[in-house]
Design a protein around this ligand. Structure first.
Ligand SMILES: Nc1nc2c(ncn2[C@@H]2O[C@H](COP(=O)(O)OP(=O)(O)O)[C@@H](O)[C@H]2O)c(=O)[nH]1
Ligand SMILES: [Mg+2]
Ligand SMILES: [Zn+2]
Length: 316
C-alpha cells in the first residue's frame, strides 16, 4: 500500500493510506538517503510504501520503501553535530506571516526566510496580516513591500486573519497542497489557522519560555488535513523552517533578482562585493535592486549565519 506519513514519534509512524485509513507503522531494514546523514530515516510528509501485517488481533504496517522527496527541511541534531534531523518533507508552500509593527517584521527576516525557501526548493508566499489595523501610511508601506517582493517573483497577499479579508485567496493557494506557516510570535499564525479551520489548534511556533531558555524540544512535526482538501504541517518548537548550509558563492543564487544578473558579472564566481564590472552592484546603483535586499545579502554573507541558525530559525 502507498501512503503519506502524518506523524512520527521516532520508532512509530502514523501513515495515511491512499484510501484514507490510518496505520501505525514501523520501519523495515535500513533507509539510506543519498547525501544526508539524518537521525531519522522517515519524516512527516514522506510518501511511503508499506505492507500490513496482522499478528493476533494487532494490525501494524511495515514501511519498506520511501519515494523520492520533492524537498525536505532539516535541523541539526542537538548532540551529534554532524547529523541532521529531517523535520518534514514534500512541502508545497511555505507561508510567511508578516506584520509591520506589533510585532515588527524586518526585511532582513523576510529575506532570510526567502533564502531558506529558495535553498530548500519550496515555494514561498508572503502574507501581510492585520491590514485591518493599518494607517494610510502603513498601508503604503505594505504596498511598497508587496510590490518589491512581487517584482522578484513572490506572491504577496494582504490579509486580515481577524476580519477574514482575502482568506479565500489563501485557501485557494492551499487547496490540494501541503502548507507550512511561519512568522514571529504575535503576527497572527494561530488566529489565521483558526480562521482557515475553526477548531484546529496547532502549536506552530508556540515556544514556551522554558523552551526558549535553551531546552531542547522533543516535539515532533505533524500533518493535519483541513476540510477544504488542504494539508498543514505543524512544526512546534521550530520558528522558521530549519537550517540550510551553503557556500558563500551559493548565497546570491537564492536571491532570484541577483541570480538573473549573475551571468553579466565579469567573474563567474562574483560575490557582488568589490569585484569590478559586477552586474548586481550596477543594478543596485540604478535602483533596479532594492537596497534592503542587498543589505540582507551582506548580513547573511558576513557571518551572521551563526546568529541566524541559532536564534532566528530554531530554538536550540
Ligand atoms: N486586528 C487584528 N488582530 C489580529 C489579526 N490577526 C491576529 N491578531 C491578533 O494578534 C494577536 C496575536 O495573534 P496570534 O494568532 O496569537 O499570533 P501567533 O503568535 O502568531 O500565533 C492576537 O491578539 C490576535 O487577536 C488581524 O488580522 N487583525
Ligand atoms: Mg500562536
Ligand atoms: Zn557580481
Amino acid at each position: 500500500m502507498k501512503g503519506v506519513v502524518y506523524k512520527s514519534t521516532g520508532s512509530w509512524y502514523t501513515v495515511k493510506a491512499l484510501n484514507g485509513t490510518f496505520f501505525e507503522c514501523r520501519i523495515k531494514g535500513k533507509f539510506r538517503i543519498e547525501g544526508i546523514k539524518s537521525t531519522n530515516p522517515i519524516a512527516v510528509g514522506d510518501h511511503v510504501v508499506f505492507e500490513v501485517e496482522t499478528k493476533g488481533d494487532e494490525t501494524i504496517g511495515v514501511i519498506h520503501e520511501i519515494e523520492p522527496r520533492e524537498n525536505y527541511i532539516i535541523r541539526k541534531s542537538v548532540n551529534l553535530s554532524k547529523q541532521t534531523h529531517i523535520i518534514a518533507s514534500n512541502i508545497d508552500i511555505a507561508f510567511l506571516i508578516i506584520t509591520l509593527n506589533n510585532p515588527p517584521t524586518f526585511t532582513t527576516f523576510i529575506d532570510r526566510f526567502l533564502v531558506t525557501a529558495e535553498a530548500y526548493h519550496i515555494k514561498a508566499v508572503l502574507l501581510f496580516n492585520k491590514i485591518d489595523t493599518y494607517s494610510e501610511d502603513e498601508l503604503l508601506e505594505v504596498k511598497y513591500l508587496a510590490a518589491l517582493y512581487r517584482s522578484i517573483g513572490y506572491e504577496c497577499i494582504g490579509i486580515s486573519a481577524k476580519t477574514g479579508k482575502n482568506i479565500e485567496k489563501v485557501k485557494q493557494l492551499m487547496t490540494h497542497k501541503v502548507s507550512m506557516f511561519s512568522g514571529h510570535s504575535g503576527v497572527g499564525k494561530s488566529t489565521l489557522i483558526n480562521t482557515l479551520e475553526p477548531g484546529l489548534n496547532l502549536k506552530t511556533s508556540e515556544i514556551s519560555s522554558q523552551h526558549a531558555q535553551g531546552q531542547h524540544t522533543t516535539t515532533f512535526a505533524e500533518m493535519y488535513d483541513l476540510s477544504f482538501d488542504a494539508k498543514i504541517i505543524d512544526t512546534p518548537g521550530i520558528k522558521g523552517f530549519g537550517v540550510v548550509e551553503m557556500e558563500k558563492e551559493e548565497l546570491g543564487d537564492y536571491f532570484p533578482e541577483f541570480f538573473e544578473l549573475k551571468e553579466h558579472c565579469k567573474f563567474h564566481n562574483c560575490l557582488h562585493l568589490q569585484e569590478p564590472k559586477c552586474a548586481v552592484k550596477a543594478a543596485l546603483e540604478h535602483e533596479e535592486i532594492a537596497w534592503s535586499r542587498y543589505k540582507s545579502y551582506l548580513q547573511i554573507l558576513e557571518g551572521e549565519e551563526e546568529h541566524y541558525r541559532k536564534d532566528i530559525y530554531t530554538n536550540e
